[in-house]
Write a protein that binds this ligand. Sequence first.
Ligand code: SAM
Length: 298
Amino acid sequence: MYEHLSNPGAVRRILDQYDIRFRKRFGQNFLIREDVVENIVDGAGITQRDDVIEVGPGIGTLTQVLAEHAHSVTAVEIDRDLVKVLGETLRGYDNTEVICQDILKTDLAGLVREKGEGRPVKVVANLPYYITTPILMKLLESDAGFESITVMVQKEVAERACAMPGTKAFGVLSLAVQYHAAPRIALQVPASSFMPRPNVDSAVLDLKLYREAPVRTQDPDFLFRLIKAAFGQRRKTLVNAAGSVIPGLSKEAVGEAITAEGLPLQVRGEALSLEEFARLSDRLCRIAAKNDRSSSEQ
Ligand code: SAM
């Protein structure tokens, strides 16, 4: 087995040996602390029962420790040069497979089907920060049936994912995450844990995915159009933000729906819980459908 890589000396040696430079455009900040690596794997609760998908293995620092705990690890890395390195650093870790691909273009459900043995599939990663939100949304919205997603993200992103209504950090990301999963911050991680050192602090965000959404809604797409409209113009009241953005719905109709839900007409989106957004969305959906019907009858 190759030595563990979670220290600055090992990372430098590998980069020199393969004549590789850190690629900023791929968000490459490699972990250099063994305790952080161990804590991520612990936080994700990885056991021999689990198949793991890792996003962006880099030189394989986290991959090695995941492989020591999991049944299998499938790691998706975009950088061809690093895939060559992984051929060496994952030598002897026979339960690992590396796929050279952009995670945003990867068929996740297909990947899980290929494993196909019914074990829980957990995602674990130290994410590239330049595409954190698209990756998170792809993982959350995938129908791959992930049990959990445990990822290193910028501290502010972790706080936004866990934020409650009425707080500054609460927004579209909070509602999107909380529609799919129960979030918690598993670990705070200082910038000194990475090489090169990023300009921001980080945190490990642990998401346990729901089998069923915690709120019922007739039309999730409509719900998220409403939510995006509400936060797109954060300083505006909900009636002004949503009233002008959703086609076919007048400001008056939105205002009436807000009042009918027992909310103040001047309420802002940031004060509404997921449950309240879902109820309002269903009411607006019904009004929009009624408007559609009566305009097509004329
Ligand atoms: N896991 C390693 C570690 O913790 O030391 C590296 C983490 S580094 C923050 C992010 C990794 O994601 C890099 O290896 C980078 O090349 C890779 N990456 C960036 N964009 C990617 C994409 N679209 N698809 C797959 N991997 C990507």
